[in-house]
Ligand binder design. Sequence first.
Ligand code: SF4
Ligand code: SF4
Length: 174
Amino acid sequence: MNKFINADASACIGCKTCEIACVLAHGEEIRTIESAHFNSRLDVIEVGDITVPVMCHQCEDAPCMLACPNGAIIRQNNHIKVLQEKCIGCKTCVLACPFGAMKVKLKIEDLIVAGHARGKRYKAQAIKCDICYSDPNGPACVRTCPTKALSLVDLDDLIKIQEKRQRDSVLAIR
Ligand code: SF4
Ligand code: SF4
């Protein structure tokens, strides 16, 4: 089962530390926090007096993966991953995601023709949470949230939550 990051709305104070941590953790793609280049893979959303980060659920039957016409989204290392070299920027995945967790951005990169740099070109990238899978310390947002509103959930955690809910529901009957 894929791991995913759970956000606790009751603990979130809307400070957006998680967004900054996410941008910095993916620094090879994002070198500035200017708004035009601020490519956070999670967004702190405010509705009324509630603030909470919204991000990818790493769906098992991922609608984005099933919808991508170019095979650019795959399951790998316990999460749903975008193969950027295959992304054509069609935005089908953005429309397919039920949580608004996918974004398509343009990155400026070198245009290489016959092994030589021939100016610059735009390259589309589908951006989503990758649970910082290559970092042995775990997701940057989880580590930096000052109120511990974020947690990385695996199958064992999910079973513990389920068992607690089952016990609570039995106690509620008494
Ligand atoms: S981007 Fe959306 S559809 Fe794709 S795995 Fe994440 S939550 Fe699911
Ligand atoms: S934007 Fe890229 S990743 Fe998304 S559906 Fe299109 S090709 Fe696939």
